[in-house]
Design a protein around this ligand. Sequence first.
Ligand code: FES
Length: 178
Amino acid sequence: MGGPDKVFPLKPVKFMARPKGRAVDAQALAEVRKLLGTQPRRRDLLIEHLHKVQDRYGHLSAAHLAALAAEMGMAQAEVYEVASFYHHFDIVKEGEDAPAALTVRVCDSLSCAMAGADQLLARLPRLLGKDVRVIPAPCVGRCEAAPVAIVHQRPVERATTATVEAAVKAGKTRCDAA
Ligand code: FES
């Protein structure tokens, strides 16, 4: 008879030897290890490492996220949460198709919406073809130059269909590209 005063022994706290969740795919793990090379696996480098995977594969697959979590000794949920917080990471869930190699994000928040973002979103997909994905994105902090499109990483300010198309065709997809 244990009454309310009975003292239960505290269970020892278990530390997980490996993150819970999706089983880690050996090939994805090998790919992540190759990408990270000798760089430290510290958790404050998570975003940097997510960028490496995104840049190399054009998206973040469930397999790569699980592999990165395992490699960094972090919970898969934590890695997923960080990746899903930033709009520039493309998470591809289990069973989903990977997106086109190049993504153009068109800001459709207030200033850009007022400056014609909807027309860009309507016209660009046909203009750029199936190898380029055109998607709406929240404010990218360049409201004074609305409407703004981001071609992979490169912002196109006061964007028109012509200037976005020109940036795509010229391969100007990096912030540092001339
Ligand atoms: S509303 Fe488009 S950049 Fe801010």
